[in-house]
Design a binder for this molecule. Structure first.
Ligand code: 5GP
Length: 179
């Protein structure tokens, strides 16, 4: 049985360009001056491919930083979200973009938003490549969204199953009998 591809490389890259354009427009309108450099935070590890492709398409000057959280073991959430690696840049009074791979229950994103809001950014925006709205347990706002997907476990393009499949350049539905 072959892999059930959900999103091809072409579909992903087209969406990345669309999102980058929208974000760039927002930055141009909301930057106070030349010294007001927005900070883009990649949520490790799943968002690395998306993050890299997205920021390469952003024309404004930006600064990048990384945050690592853990919330999963295998394909089942532990509902226990921990910050494993903090950002290093001061985000006080800055425009900040959180770049996520996927929002499922929303618990991870909620924790990240609360964590970063404490540092008093001027604007805090969320961009997620994927959204599984049917699995949501807590309300979270996604300002820039790539694709809404069905409640399936997906891998590829940074997303893993027990650390595997991150390097696959497209996104497919993971089924246990296919490995
Ligand atoms: P949430 O806290 O919203 O339930 O989950 C967010 C995190 O769970 C994501 O950043 C991702 O690491 C993981 N996750 C949720 N759904 C999936 C999925 O379908 N595939 C993979 N590989 N990870 C997922």
């Amino acid at each position: 049985m072959g892999k059930k591809i959900l999103l091809t490389q072409e579909q992903i890259q087209e969406k990345v360009k669309e999102l980058a354009k929208l974000i760039d427009d927002f930055l141009v309108k909301n930057k106070r001056d030349e010294n007001d450099i927005p900070i883009f935070i990649a949520v490790l590890t799943g968002s690395i491919f998306f993050f890299s492709d997205l920021i390469k398409n952003i024309k404004s000057d930006i600064i990048v930083d990384y945050l690592k959280v853990s919330s999963y073991s295998g394909s089942h959430t532990t509902y226990n979200v921990k910050i494993q690696k903090d950002i290093e840049i001061d985000i006080n009074d800055k425009i900040v973009f959180i770049i996520e791979d996927i929002v499922d229950t929303g618990l991870t994103l909620k924790k990240i938003i609360e964590f970063l809001k404490d540092r008093k950014p001027r604007i805090l925006k969320v961009c997620s490549l994927l959204d599984k709205p049917s699995k949501r347990l807590v309300k979270v706002r996604i300002d820039y969204k790539g694709f809404e997907i069905p409640p399936e476990f997906v891998v590829g393009y940074g997303l893993d199953y027990n650390e595997l499949y991150r390097n696959v350049p497209y996104i497919f539905i993971y089924a246990q009998n296919e490995t």
